[in-house]
Design a protein around this ligand. Structure first.
Ligand code: CA
Length: 235
């Protein structure tokens, strides 16, 4: 069996040269590839079914990539890796507005792109199953892995998929400091030193969404940890 099995990646990119370049690398890594040059074509392809991952360019002729990603997210539970030429879009892409699983800034190294596609696909399904029926608490914060639900007191907080995974990983290692590279490896599945800014952006989003209930502590020069909560001591 090839590395990618029969998984299909949908490449949504209007620039034909970039699209065929990406497709070539993905096919060589064992993936089936379908392509779409517009948002409308992307939706048609998804309706046709069996897409495992969407590689989505932010700049498309008929629709804004962020709007499209938001629409796709509402209807399909397929991981999204966004491609962007602008660094300033990163917060939007992986934050509240879109909740993409990952992003890459153009120009990118095609081998790294393939590595990220593999990482997202490897991490998306089995990991979540292992955590079914597990619930963790930290003060007012309740995180339910089976339902992928986070609450502060009685209020549900909407987290992007990787925000959820990152929060879970930190809570699961309560009291231990995890470096940005360790978090990239555990949450995003990178086995190389990657762009650690991804981790910082997600931590910032988690703090914004959870407010005072955020348990995440920055350990300067090292990484992040969750401090033991007073309420849970001896509980
Ligand atoms: Ca484009």
């Amino acid at each position: 069996m090839s590395a990618g099995g029969s998984q299909t990646v949908l490449v949504v990119e209007d620039e034909a040269s970039i699209s065929s370049f990406i497709s070539l690398y993905l096919k060589n890594s064992g993936y089936e590839v379908r392509s779409a040059a517009t948002g409308a074509e992307a939706i048609q392809q998804l309706q046709a079914g069996s897409i495992s991952l969407i590689l989505l360019d932010l700049m498309l002729p008929d629709v804004d990539g962020i709007d499209l990603a938001r629409r796709l997210r509402q209807k399909w539970d397929v991981p999204i890796l966004m491609l962007t030429a602008r660094d300033e879009d990163v917060d939007k892409i992986i934050g509240l507005e879109v909740g993409a699983d990952d992003y890459m800034t153009k120009p990118f190294n095609p081998r790294e792109l393939v590595a990220r596609v593999k990482a997202i696909l490897r991490r998306s399904a089995p990991e979540r199953r292992e955590r079914e029926e597990k619930v963790m608490r930290h003060g007012d914060l309740v995180i339910d892995a089976g339902r992928r639900e986070v609450r502060v007191g009685e209020t549900e907080v909407q987290l992007a998929p990787k925000e959820f995974d990152l929060l879970w990983e930190l809570l699961d290692h309560k009291g231990l400091v995890l470096t940005r590279d360790q978090l990239l490896e555990r949450v995003w599945g990178y086995t190389f030193a990657g762009d650690t800014r991804t981790v910082d952006v997600h931590v910032r989003q988690l703090r914004r969404k959870l407010g005072e209930a955020s348990p995440i502590v920055t350990v300067w020069g090292v990484g992040y940890k969750v401090a033991p909560s007073k309420e849970s001591v001896g509980a």
